[in-house]
Design a protein around this ligand. Structure first.
Ligand code: GDP
Ligand code: MG
Length: 340
């Protein structure tokens, strides 16, 4: 990692839209070193007056659905309108294995060469919680750097969709025509989160199948409970290859923004997301502290054994461990207070 800069240099660089400084600031917030985290907090605090002015869009779908190709086509359309676009990805799993299987275009070559676009891949080898924390902060850094549209791409497997849904204004689900829901790993819960579905690869001999899929997903969405925002999630077809439907998706997003600004839903959604972020952070930090605590760490294998052999219940095991943790925690704090 390059040497740390002073908080002011990060803040000014970001404000001036300096991509190198922005990238270094994101690397800083991704670091788990306490010293980096302290500096990162100062940087975030410094940019707070300049955040919140972007449209945050989550994009998900199974590997191979065409996310990277779509993001390039859609992203190029957005930058052609003169808007600054940042693309962040969330992928706590191994990106490379999917890529090599499906010929994934993770590099997004046409977009990275766009002066108005900034593409930042997911930090590798982190837990979902870790990636989520850094992505939330990366969004803020990108906003302070003047990016008006932010894509957060997630692979369509596991928990990461729920995490991304909790940090965006709009959640776009990409689906393939002709593949059953099971095949796409799409659970009902994910469809319920979608603010829109786009059937990808609607070109060539696939057009009819895409239209059919559109009709059946439209029916499926009609069976979902009505949304709090008053927005009815539409189903579109698009092709990143021909560009069909790309313009229409941007128009749809503009409609959503108009509606949800008018009825204040977007404001409320962001407020709720911030409060969730608060509690999620507390839960995560408590959990980390608990499992890293030397006394609990030492006791856990014994408790696990006692539970397996039926000597104690899981409940009383948990209570014992928590008691150890809190006792140890308060004494260690008292002694460190006394030291200072
Ligand atoms: N015909 C067609 N193929 C596409 C389209 N978009 C993506 N593909 C192909 O689908 C494959 C997977 O695309 P990719 O963007 O890597 O999917 P990802 O894994 O979801 O990021 C690649 O071989 C792409 O060339 C499209 O609009 N039309
Ligand atoms: Mg991809």
């Amino acid at each position: 990692m390059p040497p740390r800069l002073s908080p002011d240099i990060y803040i000014q660089g970001i404000r001036q839209g300096d991509r190198i400084i922005l990238s270094r600031a994101i690397t800083l917030i991704e670091s788990s070193l306490p010293k980096d985290q302290a500096l990162a907090s100062e940087v975030i605090q410094g940019i707070l007056p300049y955040i919140g002015n972007s449209l945050r869009i989550g994009i998900t779908g199974v590997p191979g659905v065409g996310k990277s190709t779509f993001i390039e086509a859609f992203g190029n359309h957005i930058t052609s309108l003169g808007k600054k676009l940042a693309v962040l990805t969330i992928d706590p799993s191994s990106q490379r294995s999917y890529g090599s299987i499906l010929g994934d275009k993770t590099r997004m070559e046409t977009l990275v060469n766009q002066p108005l676009a900034y593409v930042r891949p997911s930090p590798s080898g982190s837990s979902l919680g870790g990636v989520a924390r850094s992505t939330r902060q990366s969004i803020l850094l990108c906003e302070a750097a003047g990016y008006e549209v932010i894509f957060i791409e997630t692979v369509g497997v596991g928990q990461s969709e729920t995490t991304v849904h909790g940090m965006v204004d709009f959640f776009l689900l990409l689906m393939l025509a002709g593949a059953g829901d099971e095949l796409q790993g799409i659970k009902r819960g994910i469809m319920e989160m979608a603010d829109a579905i786009a059937i990808t690869k609607a070109d060539g001999s696939n057009i009819m199948a895409a239209r059919q899929a559109r009709a059946s997903y439209q029916n499926a969405l009609h069976l979902m409970p009505p949304t709090e925002s008053g927005w009815i999630p539409p189903v579109h077809t698009c092709s990143a290859l021909t560009g069909d439907g790309i313009k229409e998706l941007w128009q749809m997003l503009e409609e959503y923004v108009n509606l949800s600004n008018q009825n204040r839903f977007l404001h409320k959604k962001r407020q709720d997301q911030n409060l969730n972020w608060l509690h999620e952070t507390i839960r995560q930090e408590l959990e980390t502290a608990f499992y890293q605590n030397p006394s609990t760490k030492q006791q856990i294998p014994h408790i696990e054994q006692s539970i397996s052999s039926g000597e104690i219940t899981a409940l009383s095991g948990a209570q014992k461990l928590l008691q150890t943790y809190f006792t140890h925690y308060s004494t260690s704090h008292r002694s460190s207070d006394g030291d200072s």
